[in-house]
Ligand binder design. Structure first.
Ligand code: NAD
Length: 661
């Protein structure tokens, strides 16, 4: 039982209500034993907490995930759980919404017994053994709260954690407030729980989080412009896979495959790289084994330098350097080494997957599988199909992503695909804001205050500034042969900020070199500190280029960066790179740290109001006519002209033939 049917939330609720039902079970004179198999989540666990005993199957999972939907457990969960397992453990489960295994539930004291056998049968036998025991001590609502001496301190720290984790989300804070009320007599605590729930239930944040929940399921129903879709395409089984290139990404991808139980051939170019990768991958896997407390066959992975092992794999994921010539050569080699039916996938973040496909003997079996760093943690996978990808290849990559525990989103091939394409105008605006007078920390703090996991400059320092530098060089925007001096500020006819290139030229590549837009404690450091050198560098740059610095407010930072990103999102829709705006929201929430409680960039645009987004873009475009990314997209204009329809109707307004596919 995984709690409420969320679809019911938008309709008038029908009875019977859960709270009186649970109270009646708890108050009853017959002992009630909850037999838990599978999931006991949300209302499911709250019901179990109202029972007098709980028996769980060893594979069961328990949790109160309401916070992830912008709510709190409101059928007594916030009042009974702290009474049962204490405030600190209950706060942790309720604020994070995390699930615990049956074994952990036993250690925490949530269940009375764990069994490998049929939980129902064990529960019946258990019931017989306790039938004569008095029930008075089994009614959790009558238990006095377990208040440790330092409870105030515990609650204060939980509140601080809720603010920090929530990045502006209300529900984690309300969770702490509700649990805090478990200090009061049960009936008063319940009143407080109901009050907080009513406030959240009607909140825009809860609506946005519920939209996220449904969106992440909706993207599984993918489709392609040629009519192929999830419903009419069959995925192939992947019995064995290969990962080629075991750098940052390849290592994480190999770990994901092994954790999913898929045998992996892991390949590198030389012994030294292979050994370095082996150490990291095995350490990551051993950590997972300890964490999950599950048996994992570490022999599933075979490290090698020899291509002959690739003959036996069903699918290859290439993660070598971001270099088109290198990847094309590798794909040509793979065509002759691998079985003709082997799927060839690339983890490229920017390169043209169509071009890679043409380098192979089987363009129909080539797709992008774009993972996000760290690949063993981030739940997003962009599956990039080309004009020639077969439905079967797309279905297989989508299915494999799911098998690896990712949310897979099918997107058509275009420069940067979806996520990185929308990111470009956002990063670009941030650079212009520095030229106009802002500092990296001003820009980042505005974005982080909005709820992004990391501001643009901290994120760039983390990824490495050389990544974008290489892309800009390849695009002819910087590097040898590109004019210097005043002209630096325009490239290819448009405004261009060379600030990031200049920073890279100084050897400041971000965290890995100990400095970038910020200063770190040393190479590989994580603590970003404002850097006086960067401030002086910016001042000198503005002086040389005759730029008069001005004071830039938080609102301008948000509008320039976020609306430019959203505007590109509308262009992605116009080009039909995806079939539905929900895909863009899923990609940004899961892959780019966009705050889920705003729904994602496109949903957020709808909430702000499309006329407002359009109006502000028009305003900024008048002020900066040389920035094409601020020119409102045709789709945005059209939607506003049609009275700003809701997000699920946006695609109806795309003109036929606008797609560049
Ligand atoms: P990396 O430089 O960390 O690793 C690349 C690895 O490939 C190196 O270990 C190198 O020795 C190996 N290699 C090179 N040529 C090879 C060959 N012919 N055969 C076998 N191994 C070879 O790079 P990375 O950051 O892991 O990126 C890999 C790919 O993933 C790139 O296409 C990149 O654009 C993409 N990507 C990177 C990120 C990221 O955040 N780093 C995110 C998504 C996608």
């Amino acid at each position: 039982m995984s709690g409420a049917d969320i679809r019911e939330f938008s309709r008038p609720m029908t009875g019977p209500a859960l709270v009186p039902l649970i109270d009646a079970i708890e108050a009853g004179e017959k002992p009630v034993v909850a037999a838990i198999e599978g999931m006991a989540l949300g209302g499911g666990l709250e019901l179990a907490l109202g029972c007098h005993y709980r028996i769980a199957h060893s594979k069961a999972q328990l949790g109160l995930p309401e916070v992830t939907l912008g709510l709190i457990p409101a059928a007594g969960g916030t009042q009974r759980l702290p009474r049962l397992i204490g405030f600190p453990a209950a706060l942790d489960m309720i604020i994070t919404g995390r699930r615990v295994s049956a074994g952990d539930a036993l250690k925490l004291g949530i269940v009375d017994q764990v069994t490998e056998r049929n939980a129902g049968e064990v529960a019946v036998a258990f019931a017989r053994s306790v039938v004569d025991c008095p029930l008075v001590s089994r009614r959790l609502s009558t238990w006095p709260p377990l208040c440790p001496a330092d409870l105030d301190n515990i609650l204060q720290m939980a509140l601080a954690r809720a603010w920090q984790r929530g990045r502006g989300a209300l529900a984690p804070v309300a969770c702490v407030q509700a649990v805090q009320a478990a200090r009061l007599p049960y009936s008063q605590g319940m009143q407080q729980e109901q009050k907080l729930m009513s406030m959240l239930f009607a909140s825009p944040q809860a609506r946005a989080l519920q939209y996220c929940f449904f969106s992440q399921r909706a993207v599984g129903k993918w489709s392609m412009p040629n009519g192929a879709c999830w419903d009419n395409s069959t995925a192939r089984p992947i019995r064995k896979a290969a990962v080629i290139g075991l750098g940052t990404m390849g290592r994480g991808i190999a770990v994901c495959l092994v954790l999913a139980g898929i045998p992996v051939i892991a390949m590198e170019t030389d012994e030294k790289q292979l050994e370095a990768a082996r150490r990291v991958v095995m350490a990551l896997l051993e950590k997972e084994v300890q964490k999950l407390a599950v048996g994992l066959h570490l022999g599933l992975i075979h490290f090698t330098l020899e291509q002959r092992y690739l003959r036996e794999v069903d699918l290859v994921i290439e993660a070598v350097f971001e270099d088109l010539a290198l990847k094309k050569q590798l794909f040509a080699e793979l065509s002759s080494v691998c079985h003709p039916d082997t799927l060839l996938c690339t983890n490229t973040s920017q390169l043209d997957v169509d071009q890679l496909a043409t380098a192979t003997s089987r363009p129909d079996l080539v797709v992008g599988m774009h993972f996000f760093a760290p690949a063993n943690k981030i739940k997003l996978l962009e599956v990039v199909f080309t004009s020639r990808s077969s439905p079967e290849a797309v279905a297989t990559a989508m299915q494999l992503g799911k098998w690896l525990g990712k949310v897979s989103v099918a997107v058509a091939n275009c420069p940067g695909f979806v996520g990185n394409r929308m990111l470009r105008p956002y990063v670009e605006q941030a650079g212009f804001l520095l030229e106009e007078g802002a500092t990296p920390e001003q820009v980042d703090s505005a974005l982080e205050h909005f709820g992004l996991a990391m501001g643009v400059f901290r994120m760039s320092d983390l990824s490495g500034l050389d990544v974008g530098w290489r892309v800009r060089k390849a695009a002819g925007l910087t590097g040898p042969g590109v004019p210097q001096g005043q002209l630096l500020q325009t490239q290819q006819g448009y405004r261009y900020s060379p600030l990031a290139d200049l920073i890279c030229q100084k050897g400041r590549l971000g965290q890995k070199t100990g400095c970038g837009w910020y200063l770190y404690e040393g190479p590989g450091g994580h603590m970003a500190r404002p850097d006086p050198w960067v401030h002086a560098f910016l001042e000198e740059y503005r002086r040389v280029h005759g730029l008069q610095p001005r004071s830039i407010g938080q609102q301008e930072v948000l509008e320039r960066c976020l609306f430019a990103l959203i505007n590109e999102g509308f262009r992605v829709l116009e080009d039909r790179i995806v079939m539905d705006p929900v895909a863009l929201d899923v990609i940004y929430v899961l892959g780019y740290g966009w705050p889920a409680h705003t729904g994602g960039p496109m949903y957020y645009a709808g909430e702000v109001g499309l006329p407002r987004v359009l109006g502000r873009l028009e305003y900024y475009q008048r002020v900066h006519p040389d920035i094409p990314h601020l020119r409102p997209s045709a789709l945005l204009r059209q939607l506003v002209a049609k009275g700003s329809p809701p997000i699920h109707k946006w695609m109806w307004h795309i003109e036929e033939g606008s797609s560049r596919l």
